[in-house]
Write a protein that binds this ligand. Structure first.
Ligand code: SF4
Length: 298
């Protein structure tokens, strides 16, 4: 069963939400001509936004953070986007010297050893490249939705980051079903991992499939206890001027915590998930019907 078959669920006022998202994008594109970018996670919400931008021929750049740790399926999606829409997706990568220094000092996968090391990795692979992506731009677009997690339940359509840059979340009020209904109706390309029970997709070492009853973002940094697990891209806006150093470059102390092996943390849980219709935050065993939703070409 594909993600569309499992999740797609047309809901009332869907067309109004689409129209509102388009209006948000059109207004921002006009006001920030030449200085606006979609920061694409390459997740399904991001694909909806890229499709809306392309369908309405909006002058908005599409960019992503190529952390060096993405799944092969995610990298393949970049090529599919470029072929489908005839665009070039900007790839913002971490600085080689920062990665080499970090890996030499802490190993390839130190994120499992402490939250501090995990955040240091996110800093150098995501936060610092994002700062370069946004430098010189006055507005950016994300695919964050209120239903994605408890920490995102107040995501507004418009906000400003720490640097005063406009930050837009045009899908803030969309449900998971809305997203997949749009994907199905427009035959939007999407990450194959969504069909393997990955509702939220990040780097390969830090993302797993989720189990019945788990929060949508439960598969992200699941070994951490902190409820507000984020990578720093949204919870801690970064200066537009790229920093000379990051936590990783400055060095971090590795605490003597219990080590979680990669073989343990990469084990995917069992089958049978679909979105809870009430909250949209969790999954349950009984899948949603795929009524009235077309199967996309893959
Ligand atoms: S998500 Fe994981 S691999 Fe990716 S930057 Fe953060 S800690 Fe590093």
């Amino acid at each position: 069963m594909t993600a569309i078959q499992r999740y797609a669920r047309p809901s009332p006022h869907f067309d109004e939400r689409v129209a509102h998202a388009v209006a948000v994008l059109q207004s921002a594109a006009a006001e920030h001509a030449g200085a606006i970018v979609q920061s694409s996670s390459l997740g399904v919400e991001a694909m909806v936004l890229t499709d809306l931008i392309a369908a309405h021929q909006l002058p908005i750049a599409v960019a992503t953070l190529d952390t060096g740790r993405l799944h092969a399926e995610t990298l393949a999606l970049i090529t599919r986007i470029e072929q489908r829409y005839g665009i070039v997706v900007e790839r913002w990568q971490p600085r080689d010297e920062a990665v080499i220094r970090f890996v030499t000092r802490h190993g390839v996968d130190p994120m499992y050893r402490s939250a501090e090391l995990r955040r240091a990795c996110c800093d150098l692979r995501k936060v610092e490249p994002l700062a370069r992506m946004l430098h010189g731009r006055s507005a950016w677009i994300t695919g964050r939705r209120r239903q994605q997690s408890a920490t995102r339940d107040a995501v507004p359509f418009h906000e400003h980051d720490r640097d005063g840059r406009l930050k837009l979340n045009p899908l803030a009020d969309w449900s998971w079903g809305d997203v997949w209904h749009y994907v199905a109706s427009r035959d939007v390309p999407y990450n194959e991992l969504h069909d393997r029970r990955f509702p939220s997709i990040g780097c390969e070492p830090c993302t797993r499939a989720i189990a019945d009853g788990e929060d949508f973002r439960a598969g992200r940094w699941w070994w951490e206890n902190d409820e507000a697990r984020e990578c720093g891209l949204h919870s801690k806006p970064h200066s537009a001027a790229p920093a000379a150093t990051s936590r990783s470059e400055a060095g971090v102390v590795v605490p003597a915590q219990a080590h979680i092996g990669a073989a343990d943390v990469k084990a995917a849980p069992a089958a049978g998930r679909s979105q809870n219709a009430d909250s949209g935050l969790h999954v349950q065993a009984a899948p949603a019907p795929a009524a009235r939703v077309a199967q996309p070409a893959r």
